[in-house]
Design a protein. Structure first.
Length: 115
């Protein structure tokens, strides 16, 4: 099982990033996908989720309206489009694939918002 996040980096406030999560080693299309983030000195927090068939999405209040979660089951890849980024969005972003009893995590990708 492997989850590899990419797409992080340094952007200015107001900018955009698109994170990707490439999965392998399991049946991606049958798992719910989540994105979490962890800022320095803070606990990991949930950002967004999407059901296995993309039929339902949910977002944390802190980022609602600025992020869009999506997935391409044919490519076993998930995405997090982030717009209007703020310095407080600086964190390591993790993808998570869940289907009871399995819970898989990627290694994280650093997102830094700074001028």
């Amino acid at each position: 099982v492997q989850l590899v996040e990419s797409g992080g980096g340094l952007v200015q406030p107001g900018g955009s990033l698109r994170l990707s999560c490439a999965a392998s080693g399991f049946t991606f299309s049958t798992y719910e996908m989540n994105w979490y983030r962890q800022a320095p000195g803070k606990e990991r927090e949930w950002v967004a989720s999407i059901t296995s068939d993309s039929g339902n999405t949910n977002y944390a209040g802190s980022m609602r309206g600025r992020v869009t979660i999506s997935r391409d089951n044919a490519k076993s890849t998930g995405y997090l489009q982030m717009d209007s980024l703020k310095p407080e969005d600086t964190a390591v972003y993790y993808c998570n694939l869940w289907r009871f009893p399995n819970n898989y995590w990627g290694q994280g990708t650093q997102v830094t918002i700074s001028s």
